[in-house]
Design a protein around this ligand. Structure first.
Ligand SMILES: Cc1ncc(C[n+]2csc(CCOP(=O)(O)OP(=O)(O)O)c2C)c(N)n1
Length: 602
């Protein structure tokens, strides 16, 4: 009698699958800076005790740490969102030349549709520009398999390897077979090899030759890589596709012939020619830019692509069906759910800071974090937002353009994690180039926007262990800012007074607005009074509406209801504080002229 042993399987998200794949590949060092949709990869990896997993201050440092580990013979993984690759591009492009010892995998998690990003760049361009191979999985099982393969290819071809996911692949779950941990392939230890590791021009020129040889070898590999596979179907329609778009194609055209590409760079030319020769109509279905399409056209093969398939945002089976068949597919009625515009939490210290700042009537150069939500109504208090760290440079640029007229008129606001990520050099520049900018660091003690990750200023590591805490005030002083002050933004009087004083100053100054993010467990554990509205006093003026606090609710009244409540019949409603949401920040009483908002139970 034969006994069937069930292979262990798990339901994993793409991000969990990357962590599992890296673990099975024996990864020893993993580094990242958080960024949606990549953030959870490191959190999951940190659960495996055998390896070192860390939050780096930014993506460039994360890549440098991972490359160092690879130089020492360890397998290393670094993960980031698509725009993180912009920050890390400098070491990445030269790591392409140095190559690796231990396998080095760079995860780029792209965000078509910009669910949580400031742009929707297509990072397949990076693979071509940096001459680094790129694998592109379409589901969780493939994601785990490709992560392991990426380490093997990295060592085989002496190159970093990109693993590209998109939001759908990173966050969707699928069944993944688990495997055993592989033994290390490369002995640990740093081996001196200046021709490989010291990229002086004389050595880099030789390494460039090695890079071109490697790309030739990789092009051959791509021709037989089993992740680049033909699925022969009806020859009337042939579709070349990759990543999650493959799933949409299979759903929209189950009978079509499909060439699924698991490797985004380099592309398999002979395979593409063979596929094209066997179909009557050839279409490329890819999200974002026409990268495969351009390549196919460069081979002289007629193909349809972005003339039909949208270049913007995510695809889905309906869009794909309509693009290729031309038939208007029935649009499913979206589920009716209440509209919930993005908003700062009740009690968020950013709201208090921006409320005080609004009174100063200044131009606010902004940055990226939860506080960017202050750009939306009703606060509407941020005037720019470009990329992480840009606020301080933008403020100095405005100052330099406008000269003395800008004095007292421009402030930069930047979160604590963002300041450490890429704001420090901007502040160095303000001092060096004799600016008079006021910089506000919104220190809520966490990287709130991506889910409350630690950073060097929180005094805790990725695994929650104690770490030396970066002293932001001391750092700013060391940079040369003489005027550095800390204020609790919930103290409106003190905050407004400090803002006005520092805005007028003819020298750079830093205000650290320090109050905990309301979502941190230590903050939630504190007992604070909540607030309530004395209904008899509320005249429905809606002055509290300017705060945009989600705990403040508007209760409309009919003239009859108003009269019954002892109000003027013209009063349109009253406000109520949702005490389950109220965090007791004490901001709303400062805007209520009727003194209707009071500590509950008073
Ligand atoms: C180069 C880059 N890396 C990562 C991100 C994702 N991201 C956006 S803001 C942010 C940090 C937010 O933390 P902080 O500055 O402390 O502000 P908070 O959200 O806590 O208010 C991160 C990680 C990004 N947009 N760009």
């Amino acid at each position: 009698m034969s006994v069937r042993i069930q292979e262990a399987v798990r339901l994993l998200s793409g991000n969990e699958a990357i962590a599992r794949g890296a673990y099975e590949a024996g990864v020893k060092v993993a580094a990242a800076y958080p960024g949606t949709p990549s953030t959870e990869i490191l959190a999951y990896l940190a659960e495996y005790e055998r390896l070192h997993a860390e939050w780096a201050p930014n993506e460039k440092v994360a890549v440098e740490v991972a490359l160092g580990a690879s130089m020492a013979g360890a397998r290393a993984l670094v993960a980031m969102k698509h725009v993180g690759v912009n920050v890390a591009a400098d070491p990445i492009f030269t790591a392409s030349y140095t190559g690796v010892r231990g396998g080095l995998v760079i995860v780029t998690a792209d965000d078509p549709e910009m669910h949580s990003s400031q742009n929707e760049q297509d990072n397949r361009h990076y693979a071509m520009a940096a001459k680094i191979p790129m694998l592109e999985p379409a589901d969780s099982a493939e994601t785990k398999a490709y992560t392991k393969l990426a380490f093997a290819l990295s060592e085989q071809f002496d190159t970093p390897v990109f693993l590209r996911t998109t939001t759908r692949v990173a966050h969707a779950t699928g069944v993944v077979p688990l495997g055993a941990v592989e033994p290390p392939q490369v002995p640990l230890g740093f081996v001196e090899d200046p021709g490989k590791w010291v990229m002086l021009p004389v050595n880099a020129r030789k390494r460039h030759v090695a890079v071109e040889d490697r790309m030739r070898a990789l092009r051959e590999f791509a021709e037989t890589f089993e992740g680049n596979r033909m699925e022969r179907g009806d020859p009337a329609l042939g579709i070349i596709t990759a990543g999650v778009a493959y799933q949409y194609v299979r759903e929209a055209f189950p009978d079509a012939s499909v060439l699924k590409l698991g490797m985004a760079h380099p592309l398999p030319e002979r395979l593409i020619r063979a596929f094209a020769a066997g179909v009557e109509r050839l279409v490329v279905v890819e999200e974002l830019d026409p990268i495969i399409e351009t390549h196919v056209k460069a081979l002289g093969i007629p193909v349809e692509g972005k003339d039909r398939v949208p270049i913007l945002g995510e695809l889905n089976p309906r869009i794909v069906r309509q693009a290729i068949s031309g038939e208007a597919a029935p649009v499913r009625k979206p589920a009716s759910v209440p509209n919930r515009p993005p908003n700062l939490c009740a009690g968020c210290p950013h709201r208090s800071l921006f409320f005080a700042l609004n009174k100063c009537k200044v131009t606010v150069t902004g940055d990226i974090g939860c506080y960017t939500l202050s750009a939306l109504p009703p606060l509407k208090s941020m005037d720019t937002c470009v990329c992480m760290g840009a606020s301080i440079g933008n403020a100095l640029g405005i100052e330099k353009a406008l000269g003395p007229a800008a004095r007292g008129k421009v402030v930069a606001v930047i979160g604590d994690s963002t300041f450490v990520h890429s704001g420090i050099t901007g502040l160095v520049n303000v001092v060096y180039n004799r600016g008079f900018s006021t910089v506000i660091i919104l220190d809520n003690g966490t990287t709130a926007m991506t889910g409350a990750q630690d950073h060097p200023g929180t005094g805790r590591t990725l695994r929650g262990e104690p770490a030396p805490r970066l002293d932001l005030a001391a750092l700013c002083r060391a940079i040369g800012v003489e005027h550095v002050y800390t204020v609790n933004p919930h103290d409106q009087e003190a905050t407004e007074a400090l803002l006005r004083r520092e805005l007028d100053r003819d020298a750079p100054s830093v205000i650290i607005a320090q109050a905990s993010c309301v979502l941190l467990p230590e903050h939630r554990a504190e007992k604070r009074p909540t607030y309530e509205v004395i209904t008899e006093l509320c005249n429905g003026c809606k002055a509290c509406g300017q705060l945009g606090c989600p705990a403040i609710e508007w209760m409309p009244l009919t003239p009859e209801e108003a009269a019954a409540a002892g109000k003027k019949p013209t009063q349109k409603g009253i406000v109520r504080i949702n005490r389950l949401m109220c965090d007791g920040c004490d901001l709303c009483p400062s805007v209520c002229k009727m003194r209707a908002m009071v500590e509950a139970g008073r």
